[in-house]
Design a protein around this ligand. Structure first.
Ligand code: 13P
Ligand code: 13P
Ligand code: MG
Ligand code: MG
Length: 365
């Protein structure tokens, strides 16, 4: 049975500031998706939030980039924006960058991660959702999950994974893509994906079966809008077990709160803290950045779950370390590398300050 799993998200208004999603937005979103379920467009759905980002997790048989499913997501976000406006939530409609829906939501502001696959005898999937960070944040964990034997022992000792995986990498500045073979091309792969503001792992495939293993959202809001409108707060789907890494191997990279771009005003480097949904409420300096992981078993396209995977105590040390790293980085105040380098800053007063002071600059020597 071929199933499409679509995760489509947007920030349509924050409560309070950029720290959370108001429960009425989730209720409104649920009404839209319940209707689509009744109409037979969806097989199943789950509405949730990560920080101030509203998340629509949907299963259906319309394939990727389906106009109907994307329109449903767009209409849902528009409907939720009305609620956000009534409540005067912060930045109502923040991520809806187009006036009207065309054929799909790509390039219109919402983040999208989708994959179509033949449902296996047992189909475990993990949906990762992040807040206060950029597309590209999945590069490091996807590399560890699918190419690093120190993370994924299955690459060494499981026969059905030993041949490795293919990484599809997008250059989002030049709109080009390339595929790398792991393990033999990992040095070339890392040259690119080690620079996640430009090169992003879009998808991962099993080399022998060709089956899709992971798909991420790579929308860069600032590139679409040409100005700062909020961070991308990306999502990623990873299939697990059998020919794919085990659930514990998929979660393991997040035991390190690795540094990502985002946090306050989208202009700082900060640790990515793995959290349960209830703790996806970035508060300190609008952060630190958060990541959630919802696990599902699919059964005939039905979403059995979610299990809130980072609610587990085994991630307590990662959270503590993230708070310690946050203390250390915050002490740098407005200095790089806590503040992002000029070309990656979402906010800057540099042009105005420069204009004001231009006449005061004099040549060196
Ligand atoms: P499978 O059961 O999917 O083969 O994976 C083994 C496993 O779960 C080890 O943690
Ligand atoms: P969001 O991208 O989550 O809306 O955060 C924006 C921001 O500027 C936080 O300081
Ligand atoms: Mg926001
Ligand atoms: Mg957000």
């Amino acid at each position: 049975m071929k199933i499409t799993l679509s995760v489509i998200k947007a920030d349509v208004g924050g409560y309070v500031g950029h720290s959370d999603c108001h429960p009425q937005l989730l209720t409104r979103a649920d009404e839209y998706l319940a209707k689509a379920l009744g109409d037979g467009l969806l097989i199943d759905y789950h509405v949730t939030k990560c920080g101030d980002d509203l998340q629509l997790i949907m299963t259906h048989q319309q394939g990727e980039d389906s106009k109907e499913v994307h329109k449903l997501a767009w209409d849902t976000f528009v409907g939720c924006t009305e609620v956000a406006k009534q409540l005067k939530l912060h930045g109502a409609g923040q991520d809806l960058l187009a006036d009207a829906f065309s054929s799909n939501v790509r390039g219109m502001g919402p983040g999208v991660s989708e994959m179509e696959f033949e449902e296996r005898g047992s189909e475990a999937v993990i949906v990762f959702m992040a807040d206060k960070t950029s597309a590209g944040a999945w590069n490091l964990p996807l590399y560890k999950i699918f190419a690093d034997p120190f993370n994924t022992i299955g690459l060494v000792i499981a026969e059905n994974m030993h041949q490795g995986f293919l990484f599809e990498v997008h250059d989002i500045k030049d709109a080009k893509k390339i595929t790398f073979k792991a393990p033999e091309e990992i040095y070339d792969l890392l040259v690119f994906i080690g620079a996640p503001s430009r090169y992003m792992v879009k998808a991962v495939y099993h080399r022998e079966t060709g089956n899709i293993a992971a798909a991420s959202s790579t929308q860069r809001l600032s590139l679409i809008a040409g100005r700062y409108v909020g961070k991308d707060d990306p999502v990623c789907i990873v299939r697990s077990q059998g020919e794919f890494p085990a659930v514990g191997e998929v979660l393991e990279p997040f035991s390190l709160p690795f540094l990502v771009a985002g946090w306050m005003r989208g202009s700082h480097l900060g640790p990515l803290m793995p959290v349960a949904m209830a703790d996806s409420t970035p508060a300190r300096f609008d952060g630190p950045p958060r990541v959630m992981a919802f696990g599902f078993q699919l059964s005939g396209g039905k979403l059995v779950g979610p299990r809130d995977m980072f609610a587990d105590k085994s991630f307590d040390n990662a959270r503590q370390q993230a708070n310690d790293v946050a203390d250390y980085l915050r002490a740098h105040g407005p200095f790089e590398p806590h503040r992002l380098p000029l070309e990656e800053m979402e906010y800057t007063t540099m042009p105005q300050v420069m204009k004001k002071l231009e006449a005061k600059f004099t040549p060196l020597g």
